[in-house]
Design a protein around this ligand. Structure first.
Ligand code: ES4
Ligand code: ZN
Length: 319
């Protein structure tokens, strides 16, 4: 049985399974550089974050219409429901689509179609988090925020993702200030491949409420103290860290040490179509690899609701 949980670190574009990619490609007349789903799956071997991102962005070519985004999100929600997810805060990357000529409205309205049916169909409440691509300019992020203005009622928060090293959070100070002024909440990827200094910047320059990954925080005891003191949630993605070689093996993942240090950690799937498991699979994998007991797994599941952007009525319903 899967524990009831919230998923807080999930890129909707990273839920694109090879079978759906081929189906959408065929319907949309898009040519993929792979002959079969098996051949595509064999390409899912990554050396680091960038080698994954190259494939992740390439496959997005199949996402063109509102219906494509609806299908993508619906497929994720169906799978998540089977793994105990009751609430999902879903990242999307508008710049990865607008750069290909797909309008932000197509993306948001398509995703919203699936999200609007989700409570009734799957028993999952949802929110959207709009991510800026940190390997693009701060100006491009500001333009994206501007383009999102007609859709802000559908967007709960902003986030920051893509290639981390060399693109520190402080690069996006202005756009985070503008987002906060519009009433959006704030998260950011930090400390996935980047140093603890990037986690400090996410907290002190951007003012994020949660840190996505935060894996490398353990290298800096003062940072750990700060994260513990302020109860800042970290959205860990252990299978992602193994596949992108941030850790050598799941057995060496610091999740358990992070819990023992008093950090408020959650466990998430990141890009489950690429990293070998949805969130229930991920709970199962860390249970086995790290010898976590039932009580620790329950604590992680409980943390996911504490860290979620839910009001308390929603939280009671979800739990
Ligand atoms: C991502 Cl694993 C990861 N890290 C940074 N950005 C991303 N976008 C999608 N998956
Ligand atoms: Zn991520």
């Amino acid at each position: 049985m899967h524990l009831p949980k919230a998923e807080l670190h999930l890129h909707i574009e990273g839920t694109l399974e090879p079978e759906l990619a081929f189906e959408l490609a065929e319907r949309g007349g898009v040519q993929l550089p792979y002959a079969t789903t098996e051949e595509l799956r064999r390409a899912y071997r990554f050396d680091d974050l960038q080698s994954f991102l190259d494939l992740y962005y390439a496959l997005m070519a199949v996402l063109r219409t509102e219906d494509d985004f609806d299908r993508l999100a619906d497929a994720y929600l169906a799978r998540a429901a089977g793994q105990g997810v009751r609430h999902a805060e879903i990242f999307f990357d508008p710049q990865a689509h607008t750069a290909r000529g797909v309008e932000i409205g197509t993306v948001v309205e398509g995703l919203a179609r699936a999200l609007d049916r989700s409570e009734e169909r799957y028993g999952i409440s949802t929110q959207l988090i709009m991510c800026f691509l940190r390997d693009r300019s701060a100006e491009s992020a500001l333009e994206t925020l501007e383009a999102a203005k007609p859709y802000l009622h559908r967007i709960a928060a902003v986030g920051l993702d893509s290639a981390e090293v060399g693109n520190p959070p402080s690069k996006f100070r202005e756009v985070y200030e503008a987002a906060a002024a519009l009433g959006l909440r704030k998260v950011a990827h930090a400390g996935e491949e980047g140093p603890p200094a990037y986690v400090w910047e996410a907290l002190d320059v951007l003012g994020v409420e949660r840190v996505d990954h935060g894996l490398r925080s353990m290298e800096d005891p003062e940072l750990v103290e700060r994260l513990v003191r302020d109860r800042v949630p970290l959205t860990l993605c252990p299978l992602s860290n193994v596949r992108l070689r941030a850790v050598d093996t799941l057995e060496e993942h610091p999740l358990k040490e992070m819990m023992e240090a008093g950090l408020l950690v959650t466990v998430n799937s990141d890009d489950p179509a690429y990293f070998g498991g949805y969130v229930g699979d991920t709970f199962h994998a860390v249970h086995e690899a790290l010898d976590l007991g039932r009580e620790q797994l329950r604590e992680i599941a409980r943390n996911s609701f504490l860290a979620a952007f839910l009001d308390h009525d929603e939280e009671r319903r979800a739990a």
